[in-house]
Design a protein around this ligand. Structure first.
Ligand code: ADP
Length: 307
């Protein structure tokens, strides 16, 4: 029997200036999954622990993503999927993407890698389409490729893996309120001004250049979003205060993780990331909200085999 247990990583999409195109992969935050190849054709979700999600493979992003893969696979295969959820759905750190990416990566591995990484991104995007109505790749690409990724183009799909400076550490606060990706999308205006666009693509270029040259100050200056953050941050309690204290404690930048409600702060070094976490904790401790805080290095590998 061919069976594999994997770590399916959480991811931070958008990274302030790169709405729908930039993302990065986390190292210590993620789900676990057990994928088994079966002689019985079809895709089955046999177990879900840690979350109330559909067992029907057609309604679960992992099932939909694997079905997309099997449709293109030159052969017959059956797949059983167990999901051990640690990332809550609707957290904004790629809960659905972890399941889609983890499932297609593991099935590809068990089938002896018939598909290339960018083809896996396309399959996993079908899971994202089920979750949010939009086949975006900014979470599944970093989950599959690791590190920082850019979706250079959606049509045709062109994913670029960027460089990951070693010292970058993420601090994430996840307030326990649900912001559905579909709701977070509905607050966004469909038009931007030329002035906003110029500002934004300057920052995208600056961020990518800063990553490749390991220029931490340039990374910090570029983590700015003049288009989406002003509209979406109103959905997130204490966003302004969290950002203020994170920068005060030395974070390079701070913004909304994906569609929220999680907020990320990117720092140079674990010590700064820990100080940032403490300052953010103090902001949220004054509210009546429950919250989780994570500190994670950047995972340059993506999905990992546990056993
Ligand atoms: P996130 O950004 O945290 O992934 P989304 O709002 O994009 O949150 O996706 C969560 C949605 O996807 C929920 O409606 C959830 O029910 C649905 N979903 C279906 N299958 C899964 C799965 N395996 N893991 C997480 N969410 C799933």
């Amino acid at each position: 029997m061919k069976r594999i247990k994997i770590f399916a990583p959480a991811t931070v999409a958008n990274l302030s200036c790169g709405f729908d195109v930039l993302g990065c992969c986390l190292d210590t935050v993620g789900d676990e999954m057990i994928i088994t190849l079966s002689s019985k054709p079809g895709v089955r979700i046999t177990k879900i622990q840690g979350a109330d999600l559909p067992l029907d493979a057609k309604k679960n992003v992992a099932g939909v993503a694997v079905e997309a893969l099997l449709l293109k696979y030159n052969g017959t295969a059956g797949v059983d999927i167990e999901i051990y959820k640690k990332i809550k759905a609707g957290s904004g750190i790629g809960s659905s993407a972890a399941s889609s990416a983890g499932a297609v990566w593991a099935v590809n591995h068990l089938l002896n890698n018939p598909f290339l990484p960018h083809e896996l991104v396309a399959f996993a995007m079908q899971g994202e389409k089920l979750a949010s109505g939009n086949a975006h790749a900014d979470n599944v690409a970093p989950a599959l490729l690791g590190g920082f990724t850019l979706v250079r183009s959606y049509d045709p799909l062109d994913i670029v893996k960027l460089h990951t400076p070693q010292d970058l550490v993420m601090t994430i606060i996840h307030p326990q309120i649900e912001v559905k990706t579909s709701d977070a999308r509905s607050v966004i205006k469909q038009n931007v001004t030329l002035k906003q666009a110029i500002h934004q693509w300057g920052n995208v270029g600056g961020l990518i250049s800063g990553l490749f040259t390991e220029d931490y100050e340039l990374i910090g200056r570029s983590l700015e979003d003049v288009i989406i953050e002003p509209m979406r941050s109103i959905l997130i309690p204490e966003f302004k205060n969290v950002k203020k204290v994170a920068i005060q404690q030395g974070a390079l930048g701070c913004g909304i993780s994906g569609s929220g409600p999680s907020i990320f702060a990117l720092s140079k070094g674990i010590d700064t990331a820990t100080k940032v976490a403490e300052a953010i904790r103090q902001v949220y401790a004054k509210t009546a909200l429950d919250f989780d805080i994570h500190i994670s290095k950047i995972n340059n590998q993506g999905v990992k085999i546990i056993s």
